[in-house]
Structures are given as C-alpha cells and as structure tokens.
Design a protein around this ligand. Structure first.
Ligand code: AMP
Length: 288
C-alpha cells in the first residue's frame, strides 16, 4: 500500500500541537518516533512498532545541536530529507515533524533537563553534555507532539534508560517503549553513522557484534568472571583495529559495573573505526 498521499509534513510546534489535539479529540492515541534522520531499517522498525501501540504515528526528524559536543559531527551528520520522507510515507506514518532550531529552542531557551546518575556512565563519560541535550530535546518533542507513547531503540541503550527515568521523574504522561536492535545480515548494527565507514573499516567494525556474541557465549560458562569476559571483548575489538571508548558489562537498569554475574546483565561497547564512533550492546543471559 502506498500511504504517501496521507502523510502530513509539519514544521511548526503550534501546527503539530493542533494536529495532535484534533486526533485526541477524536479519541485517538499518538505515538512518537524521534529520529535525527538519514533513516534506515532500524528507524523504520520503530515506526512499525509504534503502529502496533497507537492510532496515530508521528516521526520527528531533528538533528539536535545540544546533544553534540564541540568536536563532534554535528555539521557532518548525514541528511537526506527527501529519502527519509519517502521511507516514512511508505511505512504509513501519519505526520513527520521537521522543526527548525528556532522552533525547538525559541528566544534563547534557558531550560534544560539533567539527570543525576544515569548519564555518568558509558557514553556520558566521553560525551559529558550529550544526555542533557537528549533529555531536553525529547521533553520538548513529547510536548510538541502531545505523545502518549514514544518508541526508542535498544541500540542506544543508555539513551532508552535516560528517557524512561526522565519521563518517570517529571511525571510525563507518556509510555516509553524499547525496540530490539536491527542489524545488517552480517551482524553490524544499523546506524546512520555507518555511512562514515570505508569498506575496509566496515569489515573491521563487524568485530563489535562478534565481541558481544563472544561475551554472551562466555557468560554462559560457569567458570568465567566478568573481568575475564570484559578483557576478551576488549582484545577482539583492539585486534580488529577499533579504538575503544568503553567495554563494560553492567546492571541493565542502573548501568553500574557488575562485579559478579546476575540475571540483569548487559554488555555495551563503543569504539571508533576511522571517522565513525560506533556503539552496540547485547543482553547477557546465563540460560538462553
Ligand atoms: P537516531 O536517528 O540515531 O537518533 O536514532 C533514532 C532512534 O532510532 C533511536 O531511538 C535509536 O535507538 C533508534 N535506532 C537507531 N538505530 C537502530 C537500530 N539499528 N536498531 C533499533 N533502533 C535503532
């Protein structure tokens, strides 16, 4: 089915809120899928999941400056508005919200959302203001879209926890749904940033998934320790030529490093291959 004629393009917050209000008056629920565009199957799987939870689905495309550090890839971040709109229309999205920074941060905005503990692990250590930007923009997007539900990928696992906790803390009337990681056939997690990889770097980057699978297999062996598994994962990534940001096996709720095996373990990795900083993660189960 071609849905493209039905999809609305909305660039202002006021228009977005009005549209959502109309839907709500008709008794319909609204799900939001926030993205930074340059869409791939990982994003579109979130759209499919959103459809199964709400009457109306809104995707947002906004490359949020406040979540990029000074030396990060804000200006280089890949964009393809036309291609994105075609993909979203073909997946039956009701509206795509494409705000400008003037809409999202009006009149020199002064208010930011900051969490106390969750950002001080993993990605937050090398990207100190990242989650402040993410939490702030998501709060704004939730209000702009009047979303009842928002869908986030487990690919950005720390982000998913940050958004869940922020929504709980701020009493936001929204349900946060997590979606599994979508991978290429060879295991590489789909990411807009994969475009930065040269063909040989792309081959090297397969080590991230391979290392996580190794972690999962070793986690199931009763004799292994967390420290041993972390060290083996580190070696696999280093041998592939990756420059490691972190390798960590953590409690999957509070992100603190595990000392010993427990049922809520997750392995998370971040490494740089050439210009691309890639992240990936996997739940570790003792008895799959
Ligand atoms: P981004 O455009 O990178 O900000 O991502 C927007 C949303 O898509 C976030 O909730 C991501 O976690 C999710 N996402 C990105 N890549 C994947 C993937 N490979 N599988 C599942 N979700 C993803």
């Amino acid at each position: 089915m071609n849905h493209s004629k039905d999809m609305k393009l909305v660039r202002s917050v006021a228009e977005m809120q009005q549209l959502a209000q109309q839907w709500k008056k008709a008794g319909e629920t609204v799900a939001l899928v926030p993205t930074m565009g340059f869409l791939h199957e990982g994003h579109l799987a979130l759209v499919d999941l959103a459809h199964s939870h709400a009457d109306r689905v809104v995707a947002s495309i906004y490359v949020n400056p406040t979540q990029f550090g000074a030396n990060e890839d804000l200006d280089a971040y890949p964009r393809d508005e036309q291609g994105d709109l075609e993909k979203l229309a073909s997946r039956g999205v009701d509206a795509t919200f494409l705000p400008s920074s003037d809409e999202m941060y009006p009149n020199g905005a002064q208010t930011f959302v900051e969490l106390k503990h969750l950002p001080h692990h993993l990605c937050g250590l090398s990207r100190p203001s990242h989650f402040r930007g993410v939490a702030t923009v998501c709060t704004k997007l939730f209000h702009a879209v009047r979303a009842d539900i928002a869908v986030f990928g487990e690919k950005d696992y720390q982000q998913l926890l940050v958004i869940r906790k922020m929504s709980e803390d701020l009493l936001l009337p929204i349900q946060i749904i997590g979606a599994p990681i979508v991978r290429e056939e060879d295991g590489l997690a789909r990411s807009s940033r994969n475009i930065y990889l040269t063909p040989s770097e792309r081959g090297q980057a397969l080590a991230l998934h391979r290392a996580l699978q190794h972690a999962q297999a070793r986690y199931q062996q009763s004799s292994t320790t967390i420290a041993e598994i972390e060290s083996e994962v580190t070696d696999i990534i280093l041998e592939s030529g990756g420059e490691i940001d972190y390798v960590a096996i953590v409690d999957d709720q509070n992100l603190t490093r595990l000392q010993s095996k427990n049922p809520s373990a997750r392995a998370l990795v971040a490494a740089r291959y050439g210009k691309a900083r890639l992240i990936d993660n996997m739940a570790l189960t003792a008895n799959p």
